[in-house]
Write a protein that binds this ligand. Structure first.
Ligand code: BG6
Length: 295
């Protein structure tokens, strides 16, 4: 659907506009919060609960093109997280974040807006993912942000997915950030030679961090000593989470990431990753749910 067609179909329900790179972006605003979603990738680019400032970090150097990942916000990594286990040339973090989604509907009450998005095919990428599927993404924008990513297997074979809602949180000063809720969780360290470990205490970000946690059971808390704001992430149907900050050298290497970008962001990703992969039988569904609250 063109931007003009979207505008007339959803008139009165949300604002449809031409975003960066000419991509369709929808803006919603209610008595509790506002948000912006790019239909390329179903990518939440902004979430502002009233009086609490921008919760999501966006790169000032992101590309905005169909087929290229947007840097920042909340990329939807699906149906695989990280590298594809079978195809070396498959896009990193799957196909959902680089595909154009359908806007299904938008419902609003005074303090909540529900945006329903769908992806039912991945044209051009069938060599990497040839299952029949329905992917429904429901974003509820209010005093809290609720993200539901539901995969239904429409095929006659079981499918295995890994996935993540790869949230980039905006922080005031990374040297004063702690990620809480991972104490005692085993993790895979993806930096350097890697290895595994068990987190003791909170994760302070003082170097490149790329850790995939398993057995995550508690609320994840992003505590930011430099601004009076604490972010809570509650995940459901998920036992895994990823903490990522590229730090200095990797920020410099990434062309779509400002050199000093690492100072004001941390990714705390809600996932079904590695051992937490999910097998979905024909006709069945799996819903990954993340609830983000700002205190
Ligand atoms: C994280 C991965 O989830 O995403 C990292 O664990 C990766 O290894 C990071 O570098 C960013 O990925 P991308 O594809 O958006 O550059």
């Amino acid at each position: 659907m063109t931007i003009e067609e979207l505008k007339s179909k959803f008139a009165g329900k949300c604002i449809v506009k031409e975003g960066p790179g000419g991509l369709p972006v929808i803006a919603v605003c209610n008595g509790a919060a506002s948000a912006e979603i790019c239909l390329m990738g179903a990518h939440l680019m902004s979430y502002v609960p009233n009086g609490r400032g921008e919760v999501l970090w966006m790169s000032s150097q992101s590309s905005f093109e169909v087929g290229k990942a947007i840097r920042g916000g909340i990329p939807v990594c699906w149906p695989w997280f990280s590298k594809n286990p079978m195809f070396e040339d498959a896009p990193m973090h799957g196909l959902a974040r680089i595909s154009m989604w359908d806007l299904v509907d938008v419902f609003s009450t005074e303090k909540q807006t529900i945006v329903k998005l769908a992806l039912n095919a991945v044209p051009g990428y069938e060599q990497f993912w040839n299952y029949k599927f329905a992917l429904e993404y429901t974003i509820t924008v209010g005093a809290t942000l609720t993200l539901s990513l539901k995969t239904t297997n429409k095929d006659d074979r079981p499918m295995r997915i890994t996935q993540a809602l790869h949230t980039y949180f905006n922080v005031g000063d990374i040297t004063r950030v702690q990620v809480e809720g991972l104490d005692g969780c085993p993790y895979l360290n993806k930096v350097g030679d890697g290895g595994t470990g068990v987190r003791q205490g909170n994760r302070i970000i003082d170097c490149e961090v790329d850790e995939v946690y398993q057995e995550v059971k508690r609320t994840l808390v992003v505590r930011d000593g430099s601004i009076p704001r604490t972010i809570l992430v509650n995940n459901f149907n998920s036992n895994s989470a990823v903490v990522w900050n590229p730090w200095i050298a990797k920020s410099q290497r990434m062309t779509d990431f400002p050199d000093d970008g690492y100072k004001t962001m941390v990714c705390v990703e809600s996932g079904n990753v590695i051992e937490d992969a999910r097998d979905i039988q024909p006709g069945e569904s799996h819903e990954l749910l993340a609830v983000i609250t700002v205190k």
